[in-house]
Design a protein around this ligand. Structure first.
Ligand SMILES: [Zn+2]
Length: 373
């Protein structure tokens, strides 16, 4: 029965030993400081030995006289005391000149418009450096539980919101978050990042309600609901109807789409406008190519100059979408600007993207540019 006694179980003994070692490591400096005077004597002896060696140095050219160890120590004490008094006075004068008493470091942080941390006389006011957060959300059980549940919004909330989630992922401290997981809103697919598996198919494709679809092309459920809201908001704002041509495209569909582009303009031309199979955002079910409709619908090329296109540039982020291939970012995204191609990344990340002024998903998540395959 003793083997079941928690006080004597091997696991408890091992943990106790680990805690003892950790405690010993933490208290080593204190042990050093609190040694009995007799134990400190050798240190003092060594110090005296060094001073003695200095004392024994030959007189310099100007005939510096030799000091006895005791005399030298007394002079050192006087000099150190004088330095402390002068420094103290200078700090006090500096504080009086700035109209207050030097406060704790947090004052400087809380009041950035206050006095500079260095006084006029150049003597720095003691400061505590702001400690950067290094904790990874991957060590937070609430975060890992939300991540494992597949709930993207809950995962981002557990990280502290879109900005915090992005910062953690981009800085590399959140290796438990995979930007290659095609089921997550933070998926990044580009010419350097194919799907895994290459013929991935989403499991929750639906046709968005109350949105004109010019092709029989579905969208993943969260993106479909967001698209319905976006289209209604644009209509309510008076900019006209937004319909869409193409959303989800399977690996097989993309294969024929890309082949068709290659047949028309060659590989180089096709790669600038269309993705190779296994590399298209449309395969995720979270990308949609919109068109402006006024009675009848117009083409993809008409989006940029339309009121609908202007409204989408301003407001799409409010519904969780970003313009994935922005003007002038071909060297990073790998594609010419596509005003019509919206990518759903969820409202939390889209807000962080918008507020951070990002123009590529690669830069948003700290990934390398992907101009070519
Ligand atoms: Zn597209």
């Amino acid at each position: 029965m003793t083997s079941h006694d928690p006080e004597t179980s091997p696991r408890r003994a091992a943990r106790a030993e680990a805690e003892r070692l950790a405690t010993a490591a933490l208290t080593l400096p204190a042990v050093f400081d609190e040694r009995a005077p007799a134990e400190q004597a050798p240190t003092r002896g060594r110090r005296r030995g060094r001073i003695g060696a200095f004392d024994a140095a030959a007189p310099g050219p100007r005939g510096i006289r030799r000091f006895s160890p005791v005399l030298l120590r007394r002079r050192l004490v006087v000099v150190v005391a004088a330095v402390i008094v002068v420094a103290g006075c200078a700090v006090a004068i500096g504080a009086a000149a700035s109209g207050g008493v030097p406060g704790p470091a947090s004052d400087a942080v809380d009041h950035p418009s206050g006095p500079p941390p260095v006084a006029d006389d150049g003597i720095p006011v003691p400061q505590l450096a702001a400690v950067a957060a290094t904790a990874t959300p991957c060590d937070d059980p609430a975060f890992t539980a939300a991540l494992a549940s597949g709930d993207d919004a809950a995962t981002i909330a557990a990280a502290g919101g879109g900005q915090a989630f992005r910062a953690a992922v981009a800085s590399g401290i959140a290796p438990c978050v995979s930007l290659s997981d095609p089921n997550r809103e933070w998926l990044v697919v580009n010419k350097q990042r194919p799907y895994d598996p290459v013929d991935y198919q989403p499991g929750d494709l639906v046709m968005p309600a109350n949105v004109r679809a010019l092709e029989d092309s579905a969208v993943r459920a969260p993106a479909a609901a967001a698209l319905t809201s976006l289209v209604k908001a644009a209509s309510d704002a008076g900019v006209g109807e937004i319909g869409y041509l193409s959303a989800y495209r399977s690996y097989t569909t993309q294969k024929s789409t890309y082949a068709g582009r290659v047949a028309v303009g060659g590989v180089a031309e096709a790669d600038r406008e269309s993705a190779r199979p296994g590399f298209s955002e449309h395969q995720s079910g979270m990308a949609v190519d919109i068109v402006p409709c006024n009675g009848s619908c117009r083409t993809l090329d008409d989006v940029a100059g339309s009121p609908q296109g202007a409204w989408v540039r301003e407001h799409a982020w409010e519904y969780g979408f970003i313009t994935r291939y922005a003007e002038g970012r071909e060297s990073v995204s790998g594609y010419e600007p596509e005003a019509w191609h919206l990518r759903y990344i969820g409202p939390e990340l889209a807000r962080a993207y918008h507020e951070g002024g990002f123009t590529t998903l690669e830069e948003f998540f700290g990934l390398p540019a992907a101009p070519t395959y």
